[in-house]
Design a protein around this ligand. Structure first.
Ligand SMILES: C[S@@+](CC[C@H](N)C(=O)[O-])C[C@H]1O[C@@H](n2cnc3c(N)ncnc32)[C@H](O)[C@@H]1O
Ligand code: SF4
Length: 356
């Protein structure tokens, strides 16, 4: 067959060689790779600063000053940023807040995210108050994973911790998520001494019949949440207590970037996990970036350095400029957080304004 010669401009050759070389050395976006080689493929977007609960460990008693609406990211700004991060290699997006399910356009956002090629997982962290009602639509729209927060199995104590009523609505949301086939449904439980530490075993017992992953989160310090070391119950202490009841608790294998250490009581349907950010941090394998509801990029939950992507977007800057700014922020990410005592002294946002 006759040989076909195709003329390729020299610049194009150089470009593809450059790409080839890049692809071999750096198979992941340089902008999302930090100076320690961590690749940030997981983005958490806070959809709102508002919440229908007032959890003691998250929301300061006196409330928070809300950002004026015009300074929060609009639907299209959220989607523009999501598209950019996914183009650069983000594979998982979690919507959080505040309470993400009170944002009126949450379903539109999920359905647009679903169209992004390369985005493998869309997750939501919710307090579960509106979940039972919204779940059918959330599932239909394409929500893959759900984490539901629940800190007590005793209705009166639940109300004391979250400073609002609603225990039964949350339980209904959890059951609905199981019924709709989410597996595992993750239940986030912040254990605090003197408050709900006595329910640790009850939460583990919940995993006997239900396919839940109950994740015990070490209490973390944020502005206005009155954290102190004595109130924090460490992973090791929780594990010891659970092992007294279930000595054959088995450790499960986890993925490289999983933050939870997971265990199972043999024969139980569900499992338990521990988020040990305070006693055994997992900064070395951190692959997360956060965007706050007012459009700031936060490269570390426990760091107070932020850069406004909203302002860059609103200045009409091209994608390339946004990427340079994102890349510079990621490049400045520290090797690990400063340790719980330093963090507790440091100025940061209250958790509700970060997006957990
Ligand atoms: C800030 S909330 C936002 C999403 C949603 N409103 C909810 O409660 O699930 C995200 C997660 O952060 C956790 N969280 C908030 N403050 C915390 C703290 N001081 N220490 C540990 N976890 C905390 C909550 O329990 C929740 O599971
Ligand atoms: S933890 Fe979630 S539900 Fe509780 S106050 Fe914070 S944002 Fe609201």
């Amino acid at each position: 067959s006759p040989l076909l010669t195709v003329k390729v401009p020299l610049s194009c050759c150089l470009y593809s060689q450059e790409r080839l070389r890049d692809d071999r050395i750096l198979p992941f976006s340089a902008f999302l790779t930090d100076s320690f080689g961590r690749r940030h493929s997981y983005l958490r977007i806070s959809l709102t600063e508002k919440c229908n609960l007032r959890c003691q460990y998250c929301m300061p008693e006196e409330g928070v000053k809300l950002t004026p609406r015009s300074q929060l990211l609009s639907t299209s700004e959220v989607l523009t940023l999501a598209r950019l991060f996914v183009q650069e290699g983000v594979e998982k997006i979690r919507l959080t807040g505040g309470e993400p399910l009170i944002r009126p356009d949450v379903l539109d956002i999920i359905s647009e995210l679903r169209k992004l090629e390369g985005l493998k997982t869309i997750a939501v962290t919710t307090n579960g108050m509106n979940l039972a009602r919204l779940l059918p639509k959330l599932k239909e729209t394409g929500l893959d994973l759900i984490n539901i927060s629940l800190d007590s199995l005793v209705p009166a104590k639940f109300e004391f911790i979250v400073r609002r009523k609603g225990f039964h609505k949350v339980m209904e949301g959890i059951d609905k998520a199981i019924e709709m086939g989410y597996n595992p449904v993750k239940v986030n439980c912040v254990i605090m001494r003197g408050l709900n530490e006595d329910e640790l075993l009850d939460f583990v017992a919940l995993t006997e019949k239900k396919p839940l992953e109950v994740r015990f989160i070490e209490y973390m310090p944020f502005d206005g949440n009155k954290w102190n070391f004595k109130k924090m119950v460490s992973y090791q202490e929780m594990l010891d207590r659970i092992r007294q009841q279930w000595p054959n608790l088995e450790k499960l294998q986890t993925g490289q970037t999983d933050t939870a250490k997971t265990f199972q009581v043999p024969g139980f349907k569900g499992q338990v996990g521990f988020i040990t950010s305070m006693s055994e941090h997992f900064c070395g394998s951190c692959n997360r970036l956060r965007i706050t509801a007012d459009g700031n990029l936060k490269v570390c939950l426990f760091g107070n350095s932020e850069v406004s992507l909203r302002d860059v977007l609103r200045s009409g800057a091209p994608d390339e400029e946004l990427l340079q700014i994102i890349g510079a922020a990621v490049g400045r990410k520290k090797k690990q957080h400063a340790g719980m005592f330093s963090i507790s002294q440091m100025k940061n946002r209250p958790m509700i304004l970060i997006g957990g």
